[in-house]
Ligand binder design. Structure first.
Ligand code: SAM
Length: 326
């Protein structure tokens, strides 16, 4: 049985990166290595793990089952890279559903979601976070380096229509898409869904230069206050976002690693597509698991991963969110 660290933290949420590949090359995320894959644009992050290969689905499901046995996980979130690119995504959701985890969620760029969203819901998916950084085509393409706005909007509607919990994630870069904050907020409110604006985190391609593009939580609040009266809500335990109410409207959130760090009660564990776990998003230390790893060894691996959590805030490195699973 997993114990807590000296700050009372443990692992209750698992983020599983299904692939390091993405069909978007977001300015703040992709480290620029791109290849053409079966005619489609594809961005593949730097592989930090030498001599490891992506694990087969049966093994991945066994690892997840082992972790759930040990941790009694509350949420499993599928991410990447772009999780929709995994050819066996439906089998993965079906397999996780059999483990009786309370919530199966996915973070996606929404480019392909609409075509499979009902099947994914039927397989057990209950919630999606869809990344949307702009509502105008030009800014969207500048941010994602792929023209796909119509697809993403279609996926948002399809996910809402089939009853999934839907949230939007928007990374704000100063001078690039901060003018999209109010249009995006109005869009989210018109759909009655939550939007969370993210402060840029110092990782991946912007690790050294992120201050130049950084747009703070305070600047986001000021932008929104120009149009709306906003009221801060109490922060929930283990949450990354703070939320604000707007009279008579849907709330909105801000995920602010710099301004309001969220490490102190972090309960997230990450599993990458090679079968390594990480106790922290800023950790470069991969702990390799095998499907047949004995329970006591798994407990030791988890105890080690717990020591990799940051005390205060994420420090960042050149590793991309795409490669570890955002
Ligand atoms: N491809 C999927 C997507 O686009 O949502 C899932 C993976 S993506 C790495 C997950 C989340 O990480 C996205 O919401 C993205 O905006 C966020 N992200 C990536 N790099 C970031 C950075 N440097 N700072 C803040 N958020 C970042």
């Amino acid at each position: 049985m997993m114990t807590n660290d000296v700050y009372g933290r443990t692992f209750k949420k698992l983020r599983v990166s299904l692939t390091h590949e993405c069909n978007y090359g977001c300015l703040y995320c992709a480290d620029g290595l791109s290849k053409k894959n079966s005619g489609n644009q594809s961005f593949v992050s730097v592989n930090y793990i030498q001599n490891q290969t992506i694990i087969p689905v049966a093994e991945l499901l066994q690892l997840i089952a082992n972790l759930h046995n040990e941790l009694a996980l509350e949420t499993i979130r599928l991410t990447g890279g772009e999780p929709m690119l995994h050819p066996e995504l439906l089998s993965i959701v079906t397999g996780i559903k059999k483990l009786n985890v309370r919530k199966i969620a996915m973070t996606t760029n929404g480019h392909m979601l609409y075509s499979k969203v009902e099947k994914l819901r039927d397989a057990g998916l209950s919630s999606v976070n869809i990344s949307l950084d702009a509502l105008d085509e030009e800014t969207f393409e500048k941010m994602s380096r792929n023209p796909g706005l119509d697809n993403v909007l279609r996926s948002i509607d399809a996910a809402i229509a089939c009853g999934l919990e839907v949230k939007l994630n928007t990374v704000i870069l100063k001078g690039v898409n901060n003018h999209q904050i109010l249009p995006l907020l109005d869009f989210a409110m018109s759909k009655n869904i939550l939007i969370r604006f993210l402060e840029l985190m110092p990782m991946g391609p912007l690790h050294h230069s992120y201050k130049e593009l950084f747009f703070s939580e305070e600047q986001m609040q000021n932008t929104i206050s120009e149009r709306y009266e906003i009221l801060a809500m109490p922060k929930e335990n283990h949450a990354t976002a703070h939320y604000w109410k707007i009279q008579g409207q849907q709330a909105f959130g801000i995920i602010a690693n710099d301004s309001t760090p969220f490490c102190k009660d972090c309960d997230r564990l990450r599993l990458d597509s090679y079968g390594n776990i990480y106790g922290c998003l800023s950790s470069l230390k991969a702990i390799e698991l095998k499907a047949h790893t004995k329970s006591y060894m798994l407990a030791e691996a988890l105890a080690e991963a717990l020591t990799h959590k940051q005390v205060h805030s994420f420090t960042g490195n050149a590793r991309t969110m795409q490669s570890i699973g955002g």
